[in-house]
Write a protein that binds this ligand. Structure first.
Ligand SMILES: [Zn+2]
Ligand SMILES: [Zn+2]
Ligand SMILES: [Zn+2]
Length: 331
């Protein structure tokens, strides 16, 4: 038999297996909220235990969901508005059978032990549930390991980087609905339609690399292409003068700032003059020191201010490392 390619195999060690998931990979649940009007309990009931007649008790309030029963939500009168006569009285009711029948189907993922909608699993006809044992998310991560194209690490690093900037710039309040409204759900650069909430990016008008937070007043709605093009540029480096004027109206950033010189957010700079703040920052992101060094060198180069000098706990070796980077002022 001809060998085609080297296959890889992922050996699982120290796997966490929750007892409630044992043998549950193919068991389908109906998941619904308790139908008692005042109760918020979420109930999951095995589909294979639901016969023609069922009684499902709510563990929180004791309400019984029983075949044939109904829940009443209001009384009604039906009127003929032409003759102004009443046709009938009645009550608006939902049958328990219908409520349970339309409930979404869920099952457990045998890897991450979570109860998820069936749609979260790839179809797999030979299995009883018609779905794979592991969820799509687990499958993606597994394939990443198997094919050595891991994304979790990159995502984690990107998330840490975002958090680092968030800590320095201060978490700004952003009302994305309001931003979208101001920009009429269109890309500010090309005017393409971004009314689908999954499309469009809230771009930092004044760039995050210069420590400006993403707030309602510092956000520009852009399409993927133009968000990528704008990237870390200062507004005057990317937009025309007419665009800058329009942007000054739509955002809260004054025209003089948008069209003026590139500069670092003075509030963030002030925060970095606090010894306590800098020491906390260094400790929190010790595992991402390269990223902190980039920020330090960028500020140093632009303003001559070295926030490492504010710290009393930073080692000389980290300062030396920072000074050796291509972006540093002393290189
Ligand atoms: Zn209940
Ligand atoms: Zn999973
Ligand atoms: Zn665009």
């Amino acid at each position: 038999m001809a060998r085609r390619k080297a296959y890889t195999e992922v050996k699982k060690l120290n796997q966490i297996r929750a007892t409630h998931v044992k043998d549950m990979g193919d068991v389908v649940f109906k998941v619904f909220q308790c139908f008692s009007p005042q109760c918020q309990e979420i109930i999951a009931v095995r589909e294979d235990t639901l016969g023609e007649d069922f009684e499902i008790d709510c563990a929180a309030c004791g309400y019984v969901h029983r075949t044939g029963d109904a829940e009443k939500f209001y009384d009604y009168e039906l009127w003929n508005t032409t003759t102004n006569t009443k046709i009938e009285d009645g009550s608006f009711e939902i049958l328990i059978d219908d409520y349970v029948a339309e409930a979404m189907q869920y099952k457990y993922c045998i890897i991450c032990n979570s109860l998820k909608p069936l749609e979260a699993f790839h179809k797999h006809a030979p299995r009883k549930s018609g779905r794979q044992g592991e969820c799509r998310l687990c499958k993606t991560v597994y394939n990443g390991i198997k094919n050595q194209t891991r994304i979790t690490d990159q995502h984690r690093e990107a998330a840490q980087k975002r958090r680092l900037y968030l800590d320095i710039t201060g978490a700004g309040k952003i009302d994305s609905g309001l931003v979208r409204k101001r920009f009429d759900n269109k890309c500010f650069k090309c005017g393409c339609d971004l009314s689908n909430p999954k499309e469009g990016h809230l771009d930092h008008t004044l760039p995050v690399s210069l420590l400006w937070p993403l707030t309602t007043d510092n956000a520009t709605l852009l399409c993927g292409l133009h968000n990528g093009q704008k990237s870390g540029s200062w507004p005057s480096e990317y937009y025309s003068d007419a665009e800058l004027r329009s942007l000054a109206i739509k955002t809260g950033v004054p025209y003089s700032v948008l069209s003026g010189p590139t500069h670092i957010n003075p509030d963030a700079l002030a925060a970095l003059k606090s010894k306590v703040f800098v020491d906390q920052l260094l400790a929190k992101y010790a595992a991402y020191i390269e990223e902190i060094i980039k920020v330090r060198n960028r500020i140093f180069k632009m303003t001559g201010f070295d926030f490492f000098s504010v710290s009393t706990s930073i080692s000389q070796s980290i300062i030396d490392l920072a000074n050796k980077q291509p972006g540093s002022a002393s290189s």
